[in-house]
Design a protein around this ligand. Structure first.
Ligand SMILES: [Zn+2]
Length: 449
């Protein structure tokens, strides 16, 4: 194994390389196929079911009448199947159905169904790696138990459902070494029931789920104060699944800003600079907004890296409200408040991140920082990126106070590097890069004595 020694002078000169990640022309062309018109049609279709409350009707008669969550579920499934037909059956369309027993927000035993499409990776080993995009297709109005009243849910979360659908339609025309799952879940408003079930299934079945992108309220509500140029990307700091031992290590090393979810958020920020999606990700270093939760948390709880995309400024009159006008204020989550071009831009950002992640090699394995001796140099070691697609590795680092990776040093095919830089002063990570410049998620080293 080759040991690379880098000098201090090289440390900052290469910083720009992180900014200049090469765009994949194939991915850039695919982003152009994402259509605001399709997204509008899909959101309007979802709204046409009048309510998608998880406790609304799902019997055959209601499905036939196009009313309730059962009708919405069948339509989503048919839509995924239509995309699959267009790519010669490249998508495997599946459902994950289970019965939730009565609880706070579930008055009687209720069948909950997640609908998803799998674009299997083309490389046998890398196909075991999965990246996933999700939105919730259930909706609600003022009364969480209302089974009949209108709950249009155009923004919350017709918009996120439309992102999953449109990403599936467009990305299914390409091939990737790793697997992409396009998921739509139910039960979010009832208590993340659908995503909890799905994330547990992924954990129990040992899925190598590298990243989860959750889109919830990405409609770009047309309030005067909205900023349509940005989308918020929320990520947890301290991992929800951290053990006591993990928390002790995080505390002693200043690792509270380096969860897998935060690496994913930084990855999205980088993708947002490489591809012009028309909307810029703004990282929010927080699990979620005050008083609110979302499906990414269900994945976080099972130890997966997950981030949440949400429009910059929400209008709470247009969420979780019966449709009505009171004192001149319009309430309700109606299509007319949704900016379809904005949803399309958010879909482009998601598609770019999914495509980059699914094109990239697996992250390097067993990344360590040697801490046996008191010394001012820093030595990192790692094992090859599983799956054999890495051509080279890069060591990243940043000041402890910096939100994003600032500096990069290429180390070729080496699996060990010594930098003339004190580990006490910076945070390191290692990532794998393939022959075309696709970068893996970075891995922050564990200390090794
Ligand atoms: Zn929501």
């Amino acid at each position: 194994m080759l040991a690379l020694v880098l000098t201090g002078a090289a440390q900052r000169e290469n910083a720009a390389e992180i900014e200049k990640a090469p765009a994949d022309r194939r991915i850039a062309a695919a982003l152009q196929q994402i259509s605001a018109k399709n997204i509008q049609a899909n959101i309007e279709k979802l709204v046409s079911f009048r309510t998608r409350s998880t406790v609304s009707a799902q019997d055959p008669a209601s499905i036939a009448a196009g009313h309730g969550i059962g009708a919405a579920r069948e339509w989503i499934k048919a839509e995924f199947e239509r995309y699959s037909k267009e790519c010669s059956g490249c998508l495997e369309v599946k459902i994950d159905t289970f019965t939730e027993q009565p609880a706070d927000r579930i008055p009687k035993a209720t069948e909950i169904t997640n609908v998803y499409a799998v674009l299997k990776g083309t490389d046998t080993e890398n196909a075991k790696r999965i990246v996933l995009v999700t939105g919730h297709y259930d909706s609600r109005n003022s009364d969480i138990l209302d089974v009949n009243g209108d709950a249009p849910g155009a923004n919350d979360d017709g918009s996120g459902t439309a992102v999953s659908l449109e990403c599936a339609r467009v990305l299914s025309k390409l091939k990737f070494p790793a697997t992409i799952i396009f998921l739509t879940v139910a039960g979010e408003e009832q208590g993340l029931n659908g995503s909890l079930h799905f994330a547990k299934m992924a954990k129990e079945q040992g899925w190598n789920l590298e990243a989860v992108l959750n889109n919830d309220i990405v409609g770009g509500d047309k309030s005067p104060e909205q900023d349509h140029s940005v989308v918020r990307v929320f990520s947890e700091g301290l991992p929800s699944a951290a053990t006591e031992q993990d928390i002790r290590r995080i505390r002693s090393l200043g690792g509270e800003n380096d969860s897998g979810s935060r690496q994913l958020a930084r990855y999205v920020a980088q993708v947002g600079r490489t591809y012009d999606a028309g909307v810029k990700p703004v990282m929010i270093f927080r699990l979620d907004r005050y008083l609110r939760g979302g499906d990414h948390y269900a994945f976080n709880q099972q130890g997966f890296s997950a981030a949440r995309f949400t429009e910059f400024r929400e209008d709470f009159h247009h969420q979780h409200q019966n449709v009505r006008t009171e004192n001149g204020i319009e309430y309700g989550d109606l299509p007319k408040f949704v900016d379809y071009d904005y949803v399309a831009r958010v879909a482009r950002l998601n598609a770019a991140a999914l495509a980059e992640l699914a094109s990239a090699p697996a992250p390097p394995a067993n990344v360590h920082l040697l801490t046996k001796d008191l010394e001012n140099d820093s030595t990192l070691t790692w094992e090859a990126s599983p799956g054999g697609r890495a051509r080279e590795y890069e060591v990243l680092w940043r000041d402890t106070t910096s939100p994003e990776w600032e500096y990069v040093q290429k180390v070729g095919g080496a699996m060990r590097a010594t930098l003339k830089l004190s580990k006490d002063n910076v945070i390191f990570a290692v990532r794998a890069v393939d022959a075309d410049g696709h970068r893996s998620l970075p891995v922050v080293p564990l200390p090794q004595r």
